[in-house]
Design a protein around this ligand. Structure first.
Ligand code: SF4
Length: 290
């Protein structure tokens, strides 16, 4: 089993076996993202991936592997027939595996037909983590996400149609001071339209080595403070209509840990936001992390 460079996975995949199907991110242009800057994107040779699956089986021979996460940035860019081959191999080598998941960039989801996505789901690809970051076209353009809100919406709905579990990530503060309201309200809109099973809200932290960090240093981009982040979150929570969606904003980057289920827990979450705003109790900067 080999890993190339830093390997990222969603927090909820902490207990999963991670297998790199691709190396890096095919786009690698988002101005806020430093994850794969050190990697030249490529799809790994399938026989290497299969070797890793066998090696991991040997290593974990006394364990039941219930979950497998296909890294790096975007497994869905891989040709459907190759993905199906790997999914089938996983089930052959790990018959006990109950869930296979991967990151899926909206642009690559759109390139798959409904039929292909259904085939992938039938072969065991159960869950896709999609980084939307924002539902606001201006913000998406500014951060060079490479897709529009409409394309994100289409991608999310396609995954839902294929009965996959959809987890969407948004980034609080990504619109800077100029787009607080629009970022919040338009993000609420795409979540209400897609109604994913999960939504996670991180809070922006600018990292050295990214374009956004340079913009921040040069005064072209203004970071939100905790009070503005709370205002943005409030607009988002107030405007989401997505019955049953599990909401998490309890990442180390968030100023106030929030979690609940839409729409039932809206009032409870709004009360917590109000309390944090009034009392000014936020996670100190020194304790925030990505
Ligand atoms: S945010 Fe996602 S799509 Fe954008 S560069 Fe990072 S990994 Fe690639």
């Amino acid at each position: 089993m080999r890993y190339e460079g830093t390997v990222y996975r969603p927090p909820s995949e902490a207990g999963s076996l991670i297998i790199q199907l691709t190396i890096g991110c095919a786009r690698n242009k988002c101005t806020f993202c430093s994850m794969f800057k050190d990697k030249q994107f490529r799809v790994r040779k399938l026989d290497e991936v299969v070797e890793d699956l066998y090696d991991a089986r040997e290593y974990y021979r006394d364990y039941k592997i219930k979950r497998i996460f296909l890294a790096d940035g975007d497994a869905l860019i891989v040709k459907t027939q190759d993905l199906l081959y790997i999914l089938n191999k996983i089930h052959e080598i790990y018959p006990e595996c109950e869930r296979i998941s991967a990151y899926g960039a909206p642009a690559d989801v759109i390139l798959k037909t409904d039929e292909e996505l259904k085939e992938l789901k039938a072969a065991g690809l159960d869950m896709i983590y999609m980084g939307a970051e924002s539902g606001d076209d201006v913000v998406l353009k500014n951060v060079k996400k490479g897709v529009t809100a409409e394309e994100i919406r289409t991608a999310g709905l396609k995954l839902k149609k294929a009965n996959m579990i959809v987890s969407i990530t948004l980034i609080s503060g990504l619109g800077g001071k100029e787009r607080v309201y629009e970022h919040a309200i338009n993000s609420a809109k795409i979540i209400s339209d897609i109604k994913p099973e999960y939504v996670g809200f991180l809070t922006l932290m600018v990292e050295p080595g990214t374009e956004l960090y340079e913009d921040y240093k040069n005064g072209k981009f203004q970071l939100l403070g905790p009070v503005d982040v709370m205002k943005e979150l409030k607009v988002f929570v107030e405007n989401v209509d997505s019955e049953g969606t599990v909401f998490r904003a309890n990442h180390a980057s968030n100023y106030v840990p929030l979690k609940g289920t839409f729409n039932a827990d809206k009032q409870k979450m709004l009360a917590l936001i109000d309390k944090a705003e009034k009392e000014g109790i936020f996670r100190p900067e020194a304790y925030r992390g990505i």
